[in-house]
Ligand binder design. Structure first.
Ligand code: PEP
Ligand code: MG
Length: 578
């Protein structure tokens, strides 16, 4: 046991405590050693290099054929760039030269790649930037084969694993879902990155933004993930381990206690009722939604269907999933949000052939993508409408930033409805249509938007990042990502008041709604519906059932007069719970 516990601080991404064994995922940081190769072994060393190159070529051929089968010749040509690098005689000559001088093959490859990358880095040109990535990637492939390393997959993780990684893309977390693990710890990412959201949905403790965890932890190390404090403890002492085991037991007992609230209404002590809905991104979550006592689904993130698949989802694929969810949740509503791809939710395998963007969060994302590629949008709309015949389905558009976008989306929806009618396909002709309010420009024209939709839902994850200019996935600015910034609270107030004037309800489906610390404030501001990860529902309900609406309304008024965060926190600390 070490003398001192290694505590690494990061960003609290999903609450709870988990104790398990580290499982290093997709670690491409090889440990390369420089070895002297004797004269008589250099020929064999070159053969070893040759074999690794041939193996890499064979792997590329498989990738080429896969892409060719799915997306066609043009996309498959991507692999040709890699083959060209592998066959480049000048690169090969440089590597051989090092081996002739007695350097081992791994280190020779590393030195040549490093030299090329450094020289390309001095050229300020987008083309060369892209090539650097290609060269680094192909270098890693060859090195992996030279070292006989496999790319790790989650297949060998288990229920005792804490997945440790530099980063986890949404596509990885989808795979993790199928392989229940105990926790996550990542070098990068913030509280509302989609990896964090998935962890919250699965009620798995997670800490992001740890910067060094993937280089410090080894597979098999004991690790404690404290998702409440936002820190991890690597190879803890027996004393700390005992302390945390006790906390885990307490956590479990608390959860059992909260489960008793399941069938009780979300009602304050002075009888003000609100709705508590669940967020999902996969039909498999329906059972936990039903178990949590949610009164509907306030956000169904449909873009997750696009990850880890080889072909675009068809109308039938969409329909089958929506039907399953809507029917199971009925008579409660299911709010299906049209795809929100882009930002940190990029597809792999070139689905949608999304080009690299410098600022993907400000780029072709969500409704913008759907309006640019109406065929994809139409497939989804047809499926949503068809599912509306089997349950209480509502439709919601993400990332609306202008009224024109809303008009255009509704125009396409109208056309799809007409087509279905012509085809004599049943659907709910009065399907409610809502808009997410998650871009400051939408919050400022809420009066106009509210007149044209049946409901709105505030997406604080994005509203905060776009309003405060703080990247939601960047751990370096995580401390600036503040839901209680006076501007955010004023936006929320404005959205609620103007929507109520137009006679429509306001929900919130960003992570702010799922943190019990903010519940009194949101309730006091007049929020009608909280849509949160299923695991958070009892915690939010407990707060609501123990406060007075009159009291939190007065507190919200006070808070809105504040211009700084400290004054707001002080007022919140005065809130009385029964
Ligand atoms: C949000 O932005 O708050 C939201 C709910 O959408 P997403 O997290 O999927 O961007
Ligand atoms: Mg959003």
């Amino acid at each position: 046991m070490p003398d001192k516990d290694i505590i690494i601080k990061g960003v609290a991404a999903s609450p709870g405590i988990a104790i398990g064994k580290a499982f290093l995922f997709e670690n491409d940081d090889f440990c390369l050693v420089h070895k002297e190769i004797p004269q008589n072994e250099r020929k064999d060393e070159k053969k070893r290099l040759n074999d690794a190159i041939e193996k890499t070529k064979a792997e590329l051929k498989i990738t080429h054929d896969k892409i060719n089968g799915i997306l066609g010749k043009n996309y498959a040509q991507i692999t040709n760039v890699y083959l060209l690098i592998l066959d480049d005689p000048s690169i090969r000559k440089d590597v051989d030269k090092f081996i002739d001088e007695g350097v081992n093959a791994e280190y020779s490859v590393f030195m040549v790649i490093d030299k090329i990358v450094r020289s390309f880095e001095t050229i300020k040109d987008d083309y060369f930037k892209e090539r650097i990535l290609d060269i680094q990637d192909i270098g890693k492939k060859v090195l992996r084969n030279l070292l006989g390393k496999q790319r790790t997959t989650l297949a060998s993780s288990n229920e005792d694993s804490i997945v440790v990684s530099h980063n986890l893309a949404p596509a990885d977390t989808v795979a993790i879902k199928e392989k229940l693990v105990k926790g996550f710890a990542t070098d990068i990412g913030g509280k509302t990155s989609h990896t964090a959201i998935v962890a919250q949905g699965l009620a798995i403790p997670a800490v992001a933004g740890l910067k060094v965890i993937s280089s410090q932890a080894k597979t098999g190390d004991t690790i404690i993930v404290d998702g409440n404090k936002g820190e991890i403890i690597l190879n803890p002492s027996a004393e700390i381990l005992t302390k945390y085991k006790k906390e885990c037991d307490m956590q479990f007992a608390k959860r059992k206690e909260l489960e008793k609230l399941k069938d009780l209404p979300a009602e304050t002590i002075d009888s003000h009722k609100v709705l508590i809905f669940a967020n999902i991104d996969n039909p498999d979550e329906v059972q936990s939604v039903l178990d949590s006592g949610a009164m509907g689904i306030g956000l169904y993130r449909t873009e997750f269907m696009y990850f880890n698949r080889k072909t675009m989802p068809s109308e039938k694929d969409h329909f089958e999933e929506y039907f399953k969810v809507a029917e199971a949740i009925s008579p409660y509503p299911t709010i299906i949000r049209t795809i929100d791809l882009g930002g940190d939710k990029l597809t792999r395998m070139g689905l949608l052939s999304m080009k690299h963007e410098e600022n993907p969060f400000l780029g072709l994302r969500a409704i913008r993508l759907c309006l640019k590629y109406p065929d994809i949008f139409v497939d989804q709309l047809r499926a949503v409408l068809k599912a509306s015949a089997y349950g209480k389905v509502k439709l919601m558009y993400p990332m609306i930033s202008t009224l024109e976008e809303l008009h255009e989306a509704n125009r396409i929806l109208e056309k799809v409805k007409q087509d279905l009618k012509k085809e004599h396909i049943k659907f709910d002709e009065k399907i409610e249509v809502g808009s997410m309010i998650e871009v400051p420009s939408a919050a400022m024209i809420i009066e106009a938007i509210a007149k044209e939709v049946d409901f709105v839902s505030i997406g604080t994850n994005d509203l905060i990042q776009y309003t405060l200019a703080v990247d939601r996935v960047n751990e370096n600015v995580a401390s600036l990502y503040d839901p209680l910034h006076p501007t955010i609270l004023r936006f929320i107030k404005r959205i609620i008041d103007e929507s109520h004037k137009a006679g429509i309800d306001v929900g919130m489906c960003g992570e702010m709604a799922g943190d019990p610390y903010y519940t009194p404030v949101l309730l006091g501001l007049g929020l009608d519906e909280f849509s949160v990860a299923s695991a958070q529902i009892p915690k939010i309900k407990r707060v609501i059932r123990n406060i007075s609406f009159g009291n939190v309304q007065r507190i919200a008024e006070e808070i809105l007069k504040c211009g700084d965060r400290d004054s707001i926190s002080k007022i919140i600390s005065t809130i009385q719970m029964q």
